[in-house]
Write a protein that binds this ligand. Structure first.
Ligand SMILES: Cc1cc2nc3c(=O)[nH]c(=O)nc-3n(C[C@H](O)[C@H](O)[C@H](O)COP(=O)(O)OP(=O)(O)OC[C@H]3O[C@@H](n4cnc5c(N)ncnc54)[C@H](O)[C@@H]3O)c2cc1C
Length: 377
């Protein structure tokens, strides 16, 4: 283990922050998380876990728990607007893992939080960083409660609007791609045993089983200009945008009645130029690269980031070597994912504007990227 990294401050207790803390504690490094939220309020809709995410989570010992508490199958089926399948569910696999596991975000959070607590990770809620002062041998950090810390490394795992990124690099633009994602949790019909994407003329819908009892409906729609949505009408707006779909989506549409249960997110695409560190402070996960959800891999590469970091800290002898090696292992892989996900958005927007893209096959393209993501990290 690298001698000069004994204690690490992690800013953000999301998927990458909790995973980083667990991985580092298991490698013998003391960690502390500062999380902006006063209390956890992770929403219930699900997250895609492809084989590379499960492989990375296995490094901290939680992949099997995710599979047991999620819903696994061979992959996503691609269909027309009425549910007539044109690509079978058959994602590329890594030995020992299903083609796809879906887990509720809340359940994933509970698994990671429990593991972090077992490992002795200290978590301060309702807190963030105010100042970061990188020195050659350590980092001095001032928190918003006025307290100060001296640590060997700071990890910015504070998501797409990262404060650590602003403190390090100033304002960095992230591109709104012109689409938003709508999600809604519903009971799972028995016949839904894998995720299904419905390609419409104006939008893309999906049904995703999350457990024996639950599924969620998703919708990707064009929302030019990133409009502010009226909270009390979210259910109506989602139902309006689902009108063109038949099959199981049409049945699910009838059950959308609660505006507060609609999870709406505008979609960004963004990757920081290399390097993602300054001195002894490193960005990981969405703070460094936020991909659109079209390949369901944003969290996978966030998890991979911190697994690679922990591995390098165990192997290399110098912090700057660790950070340089980290960039060599992570940058191109993350860029491939961010750019490929954004490419899918561009094709969808062109189709929804009425352009015909006969030579484009999103299913084949996604399959190719999944194969790349299954390569060793
Ligand atoms: C609609 C949508 C669907 C998606 N679906 C998938 C999917 O199916 N599969 C997949 O792999 N990925 C998916 N993603 C991407 C995935 O959600 C993200 O890549 C992942 O959550 C990144 O994890 P993170 O820990 O880096 O950031 P986040 O999950 O954003 O966590 C950041 C944490 O930091 C905290 N925080 C924020 N600011 C501060 C601060 N200043 N100080 C302290 N704490 C702070 C936040 O409260 C939060 O707890 C999707 C994304 C979207 C938008």
């Amino acid at each position: 283990m690298i001698e000069s990294v004994k204690n690490v401050l992690i800013v953000g207790g999301g998927i990458s922050g909790l995973t980083a803390a667990i991985a580092l504690e298991k490698a013998g490094v003391k960690t502390e998380i500062v999380e902006l939220k006063e209390e956890w309020n992770v929403y219930g809709v699900g997250i895609f876990q492809p084989p590379n995410a499960l492989r990375a989570l296995n490094e901290i010992g939680v992949a099997q728990k995710c599979i047991q508490q999620g819903y696994s199958f061979s992959g996503t089926a691609f269909c027309d607007v009425n549910g007539n399948q044109f690509t079978a569910p058959n994602n590329p696999k890594i030995d020992g893992y299903p083609g796809l596991n879906i887990i509720s975000r809340r359940t994933l959070h509970e698994i990671l939080l429990e593991e972090a607590e077992t490992c002795g990770v200290k978590i301060r809620m309702g807190e963030t960083v105010e100042e970061i002062d990188n020195q050659e041998s350590h980092v001095n950090v001032k928190l918003t409660d006025g307290s100060t810390l001296t640590v060997d490394l700071v990890i910015g795992a504070d998501g797409v609007y990262s404060k650590v990124r602003s403190l390090l690099f100033g304002k960095v633009e992230h591109e709104y791609v012109g689409q938003a994602c709508w999600r809604y949790e519903l009971p799972r019909p028995k016949e839904l045993t894998n995720s299904v994407l419905y390609y419409g003329k104006k939008a893309k819908a999906g049904l995703v089983p999350m457990s024996e009892e639950k599924m969620y409906l998703l919708l990707m729609s064009a929302e030019p200009g990133n409009p502010r949505m009226p909270e009390d009408r979210m259910h109506e707006l989602l139902r309006d945008r689902l009108q063109e779909f038949g099959g199981m989506v049409a049945e699910a549409r009838e059950l959308i009645t609660d505006p507060a249960a609609v999870v709406y997110r505008p979609i960004f695409s963004f990757i920081m130029p290399s390097p993602w560190y300054k001195g002894r402070t490193l960005l990981v996960g969405d703070a460094a690269h936020a991909s659109t959800p079209h390949l369901g891999q944003g969290a996978s590469i966030a998890i991979e980031d911190v697994i690679v970091l922990a591995e390098l800290l165990e192997k290399e002898s110098d912090v700057q070597q660790v950070l340089q090696a980290f960039m060599e292992r992570r940058f191109e892989r993350c860029r491939l994912l961010v750019d490929s996900s954004h490419q899918l958005v561009k094709w969808e927007l062109m189709e929804w504007e009425g352009q015909s893209l006969d030579d484009v096959n999103p299913g084949k393209f996604s399959h190719f990227i999944f194969e790349k993501m299954n390569e060793a990290i």
